[in-house]
Design a protein around this ligand. Structure first.
Ligand SMILES: Nc1nc2c(ncn2[C@@H]2O[C@H](COP(=O)(O)OP(=O)(O)OP(=O)(O)O)[C@@H](O)[C@H]2O)c(=O)[nH]1
Ligand SMILES: [Mg+2]
Length: 391
């Protein structure tokens, strides 16, 4: 297998994929209301609900109205708070990648704390409403009914005031988290890394069948690309790592290290792209140093080295024409006909590709799927959904 020479593959660790892990779509999390917005919404609805109540007996009418008011306000508030808690991915059930990303971007402890504040407030609000509702029911004096309603509103408002900072924190965190790539834990994921400008994004774009998703890691201004391709009905994802796995270790901060460890938990395979033409602006030597560091960093994952921009190489790869023709035939006759394509190999023995001229790409795609398949657990119980293994 054309992987890295001298690497000990017996130590490769493949993360089992658990069947019921859900895909978290950060982008679908609804906006989080501020404390004032939330109270305004609840009290306005409560007022309307109270207006709809009618009874010819004044005492009955006021009692019903105030009770309806209190119940409506409490329902709206506690439902909203619990819905928020439930909509936000639970850390215990989230895939490791998401947990590491949450930790890197906003902090898991804060995440837990603020969500539990909402849960607590929701319970308290229900309690206050029940207590004061009883007071309203038990008295026949209208002024005491009003007092019980006012007291409940006062306590509820101050509770919501107390969770104001949590609501704000969640609102801000949502803005941060929604910029993260939404990675489907059930499909294999190929992590693409290498020095800046080596052609990571061009590679993903050329291999992707659909539109690429463009996102950011919150700590870098660089755009990350998430692409997909389908091979024999199975979907593969590719994610690039700008600003993350592209410079020497000592320049990385804690947040970046955590994001890297998240990548480690994510990748079925890591592709390290090298630009031998050095057009990227990083010397071959420096690119090799980076590779050494990445091998150390991602010691448990299979790393495959790919030389990019084959069209710029001084010496055209010997089998350029053969690969080009084979790939054309393959694309015309349909993938089912082929089980193998020749990989484009450069003068230094690296697998190479040209994203620009689209040569070597189909062959590499096939090779990637083969390696990912080899790395997948054999136990059918641990196979991700969509994976089938013939007996
Ligand atoms: N000739 C040629 N140029 C390429 C090829 N692939 C990428 N490039 C060029 O190389 C430059 C960098 O490509 P990108 O895909 O943006 O590189 P990157 O690694 O994503 O860069 P960063 O995200 O900034 O780290 C662009 O000008 C591309 O057009 C290729 O196969 N052949
Ligand atoms: Mg890029």
């Amino acid at each position: 297998m054309p992987l890295i020479e001298g690497m000990d593959y017996s130590s490769i660790v493949i993360q089992p994929v658990i069947g019921d892990i859900m895909k978290v779509s950060w982008r679908d999390l609804p906006t989080v209301l501020t404390k004032d917005e939330l109270l305004d919404k609840a009290y306005a609805r409560a007022r309307k609900a109270a207006d709809r109540v009618d009874d010819s007996d004044r005492v009955f009418r006021v009692r019903k109205q105030l009770n309806r008011m209190l119940q409506t306000a409490s329902d709206i508030l506690s439902t909203y708070l619990m819905d928020t808690v439930n909509q936000w991915p639970s850390l215990d059930q989230s895939p490791q990648f998401d947990v590491s990303m949450i930790d890197a971007c906003v902090g898991c402890d804060d995440y837990r704390h603020h969500l539990s504040m909402l849960q607590w407030a929701s319970n308290q609000i229900t309690k206050i409403a029940t207590q004061n509702s009883k007071k309203i029911i038990r008295t026949a004096r209208i002024e005491l009914m009003h007092e019980a309603r006012r007291e409940a509103y006062g306590r509820i408002s101050s509770l919501v005031g107390r969770i104001g900072p949590s609501l704000e924190w969640l609102g801000e965190s949502r803005e941060i988290l929604k910029r993260l790539p939404s990675i489907d834990q059930l499909s294999p994921c190929i992590v693409v890394c290498g020095a800046p400008n080596v052609g990571k994004s061009a590679f993903i774009s050329a291999l992707s069948s659909g539109k690429m998703e463009v996102n950011h890691y919150p700590f870098t201004t660089k755009r990350i690309h998430l692409g997909h391709f389908t091979f024999r009905r199975l979907q593969y994802q590719m994610v690039d790592t700008p600003g993350l796995l592209d410079r020497p270790m000592e320049k990385r901060n804690d947040i970046e290290m955590q994001a890297i460890s998240a990548l480690e938990n994510l990748g079925s395979l890591v592709l390290f792209l090298i630009d031998e033409s050095e057009k990227c602006g990083t010397s071959i030597e420096e690119q090799h140093n980076l590779l050494e560091e990445i091998l150390e960093l991602l010691a448990g994952t299979t790393v495959m080295i790919i030389s990019t921009k084959a069209d710029l190489h001084e010496q055209q790869p010997e089998n350029w024409e053969l690969v080009k023709e084979s790939e054309q035939d393959y694309l015309e006759s349909g993938e089912e006909q082929y089980t193998e394509l020749p990989l484009l190999i450069d003068k230094n023995g690296y697998i190479t590709i040209s994203a620009l001229e689209n040569v070597g790409m189909e062959a590499l795609k096939m090779e990637i799927t083969r390696i990912v398949k080899d790395n997948t657990p054999i136990d059918p119980m641990t196979l991700p959904e969509g994976w089938h293994r013939s007996a």
